[in-house]
Write a protein that binds this ligand. Sequence first.
Ligand code: NAP
Length: 468
Amino acid sequence: MGSALGSPENPLRVAVVGAGPSGFYAAEALLHSGKNVVVDMFERLPVPFGLVRYGVAPDHPKIRNVIKIYEKIAEIPGFSFLGNVTVGRDISVAELKNFYDAVLLTCGAQSDRRLGIPGEDLPGSHTATEFVAWYNGHPDFRAREFDLSGRAAVVVGQGNVAADVCRILCKTPDELKNTDIAACALEALAESKIQEVHMIGRRGPVQAAFTPVEIREFGELADCDPVVNPQELALNPASRIELESAQELRYKKNIEILQKFAAAGPSGKRKKFFVHFLKSPVALVGKGKVEKVVLEKNELIGDPGRQSARGTGQKEELDCGLFFRSVGYRGVPMGGVPFDERRGVISNREGRVAQGEQIVPGLYVAGWIKRGPTGVIGTNKPDSEETARHILEDISGLTPCPQPETGLLLDRLKKKNIRAVSFADWKKIDAAEIRRGAAAGKPREKFVVVADMLDALGQPSFSKGNKF
Ligand code: NAP
């Protein structure tokens, strides 16, 4: 019998699928566990960092500083990055099990929820996900077009993603030009004719999901005034209880900021950012494209902390040529892996993938695909640590993989003409992007085409026998 997995002679081999925050935090927890662990991190794009690169708004660069932590994690002995490899297409989860003792899926929530209203698929109606990925230069979304020629845009949802989308639409080109926003997006936004951006919340101001820092920024924009109708800030008794008993300060701060906006009124800037409460879109209307949204006025029902929106039947219409739904992300099923359709996550128990009552041996999840699309980047750290702990607890029961060699896996990928990208390769792409950006006074100009990312590399650095 061979030595135990995780012993000095026999590393525990873990494939992490997805190179976003939860993948990196899980890798760190495993590699610092005191056991002998090898982590190979797979990513379908040649570049790492997932939503930190493609989800965080370009005008919020400080949030991206967390990348420095991930770069340090990538230096821990035992870690390898295998970019440009799509698990589920280039190699299946079942095949990965030939090469790894455990497979940990950290592929995030790649889709979005729908509203289920008539007209939702009219041209001019989009998801926030598409817009965010477009302005962040995601290769899959670089060719998207958004009609910015109308006067008004409507964004449904009041989370921080909705706030990001509204802010990008409200900013001037000067406020964006020195960020790492994709060049094609900056160009299109510079021509934007949008003068009104409406953010629609189905519930009241106490229930808004945005955070104070994000909403406060709308009072500091160069050429846009926030507009809040004071009547919509009136609270029902249950909301007053919610506000008074809230443990987190953010609810009170949100209300204070909104009250300030309402009291100040517009100051004459060219654009207006309207925040609406207690309204739901019930239809999108237009001849061949979105021309207006029909909103229904809501009232809140239920106990404090559990209030939901109920339509009153009272309708109003808002002209708009551009409509975004920003009502939360949703996970995407992966071939052969049990999926909870209702929650949009991979079925799991504290990170152990579960099929009904049965735990699926050797298969784990962390991050949004485990718990749903909630929390800030840092929320993923304890979440990933929990899953890493369970992998290590299970170590003696794991079936050792038959081919414990990354080189064999790379050979197989090479035969399929797939060029895996190492972390050293990524650093070359990184340097090339920074050089491209410098000329335009930007921190970087991202490559928006995968082939261009690969062209920025010299010879492949992965070969059998090399350190990965
Ligand atoms: P979110 O915070 O969950 O917000 C979703 C919003 O959609 C809520 O206002 C929700 O209202 C609304 N909604 C859901 N279903 C709806 C429907 N059928 N009709 C109308 N409205 C509906 O989600 P998110 O904005 O996508 O953000 C995801 C996570 O990323 C959050 O944890 C967020 O804080 C984080 N994030 C953080 C930052 C940052 O720190 N700067 C930036 C971006 C994202 P109800 O409350 O009524 O359900």
